[in-house]
Design a protein around this ligand. Structure first.
Ligand code: PLP
Length: 488
């Protein structure tokens, strides 16, 4: 009589159910109305909180270091040097600031505008702290291989393709994607992939070239690995001129680096050698923070890095988009032999970062709008100061239509390419150093020493210090030009 028994017990069951619901409601009301909200950081340890257990301590530690403000002129890092007796890492101060809490400004400090450290984006990630935090277990992807036996996260690949599509800066769908530890690693990987095989006795080594002023690492890295397959062959101009004067304009056996926009002068560039020369397009800065995007780039071999668009240079993550399957396979095998691919921890972090970038496109938290705004303001301020100078000048840049913003945008280059105009300032880097500004000489770019590069990518403190020194330099010209004065 199972059914009869069920019918008989129904009212009792209902009473039980109702009282259980009532009890639960009372319990929840007490929890939310009468208990103070429990912060993760206030958990007294040991037990679980919000269903979390092993990640709590890590979350607490991460938030604790991030909460120290170091007077707004420095940071505490989880892996920073332990400073005091409390066993906690201390503040690491920005240039020109010192003291345990970075509150002391170094008097008469030299501005450091040398490296392309992209710290201008740090405030963006502070605003998006929750969305960009990453937590993972101690046993996360310990294996050499990841999904499908590869070295690359399939999901990260998908999100990077989405990012290119949404920004409109590269055609990615018909290309192979190869990850690397920073795009620096791609320089040799791609040169190797495009060069003839060492055992192909008949073919001479590939000639690797770039146009002045070029990013010096193409030269230094190619020279470092110079071998049977390829060798550094200098700048493009003698080869381009030679082919103009001969019938052989083919350029077979050349590999040309094309940096667009260029580091150091921010100009969009095209390949100089035509014919069958291979070209590697370095698009480190082909993002709307730094340049207008006239159209998606659709070159055979393109390299990108996360260092400049998101600012995570320390994570060391880059990627190449390659049309030809065999070239992609060769680049992939280089990276396999060299490092077994990019760090899986980095790939996980990048996955989160790319997702945040994508989720905020064209919205209030758009990283490209933020980045462009910041870089445009810096470029404007530097231009305004330098426009009063007869001693130094900057590259000329005009507003251009950008397909990402769907409007004409003001220039916002990553670097200022400074020319020293006075005859005696033949070594521009040296001249600016005397004015307490560290820059990077144009000699490295095979340009003249009359040129030097100022980085605009660094922290707000770095930029403010730079503006102080540039203003001093320009103001000093008034006195130099006064009757009876000697020039600096
Ligand atoms: C033109 C260019 N290519 C490549 C790189 C290297 O970037 P990554 O940090 O990905 O190694 C840089 C870095 O400044 C760069 O300016």
């Amino acid at each position: 009589m199972v059914e009869g028994g069920r019918q008989d017990g129904r009212p009792a069951l209902l009473v039980l159910l109702c009282s259980s619901l009532l009890l639960n409601a009372l319990f929840l009301a007490h929890h939310f109305v009468f208990s103070p909200p429990r912060l993760l950081g206030h958990d007294d340890g040991g037990g679980s909180s919000c269903g979390l257990s092993w990640s709590l301590q890590a979350a607490r530690d991460a938030e604790a270091v991030a909460a120290v403000d170091c007077s707004g002129h420095g940071q505490v890092f989880l892996d920073g040097v332990v400073a005091g007796e409390d066993g906690r890492p201390g503040c690491e101060c920005n240039t020109c600031f010192a003291g345990p809490d970075c509150s002391i400004r170094t008097p008469n400090c030299t501005a450091d505008a040398d490296s392309g450290n992209p710290l201008f984006l740090e405030p963006y990630w502070r605003r998006h702290a929750a969305a960009s935090a990453v937590v993972f277990s101690g046993w996360h992807r310990m294996s050499y291989v990841t999904t499908d036996g590869k070295f690359q996260s399939v999901e990260l690949e998908r999100q990077i393709r989405r990012l290119h599509g949404a920004v409109g800066n590269a055609v990615a769908d018909d290309k192979h994607l190869v990850f690397s530890a920073g795009s620096l690693q791609l320089i040799n990987a791609l040169v190797y992939a495009l060069s003839p095989d060492a055992d192909a006795d008949a073919s001479p080594p590939a000639r690797v070239v770039a146009t002045v002023p070029y990013y010096p690492v193409y030269r230094t890295q190619t020279q470092m690995f110079d071998g049977r397959e390829y060798r550094w062959s200098g700048t493009t101009s003698p080869w381009a001129n030679a082919s103009r004067n001969s019938t052989d304009g083919d350029h077979g056996g050349f590999i040309e680096f094309v940096t667009s926009p260029n580091n150091p002068d921010g100009q969009l560039c095209k390949a100089v050698l035509g014919g069958s020369a291979a070209a590697i397009f370095d698009h480190a800065y082909y993002w709307p923070h730094f340049t207008h995007i006239p159209a998606p780039s659709d070159e055979d071999v393109m390299m990108f890095t996360m260092s400049k668009p998101s600012g995570h240079a320390g994570s060391r993550f880059g990627w190449a988009l390659i049309r030809d399957e065999n070239v992609a396979k060769k680049a992939y095998s280089y990276l396999q032999d060299n490092t077994m691919g990019a760090s899986r921890d980095t790939q996980l972090r990048m996955l989160g970062i790319v997702k945040v970038m994508l989720a905020n496109l064209h919205g209030e938290g758009d990283i490209f709008a933020f980045g462009h705004d910041m870089m445009r303001t810096r470029w404007r301020r530097l231009n305004a100061a330098v426009s009063r100078s007869r001693r130094i000048s900057l590259q000329k840049m005009a507003p251009e239509y950008c397909t990402y913003f769907k409007r004409v945008r003001e220039p916002s280059p990553a670097y200022a390419w400074v020319k020293c105009e006075r005859e005696e300032d033949e070594d521009c880097e040296e001249a600016l150093l005397k004015a307490k500004i560290i820059t990077r000489t144009g000699v490295g770019n095979e340009a003249s020493s009359r040129y030097t590069r100022i980085s605009l990518l660094k922290s707000n403190d770095d930029f403010d210090m730079l503006m102080e020194r540039v203003t001093d330099l320009v103001n000093a010209e008034k006195y130099d030009n006064a009757p009876g004065s000697t020039s600096m």
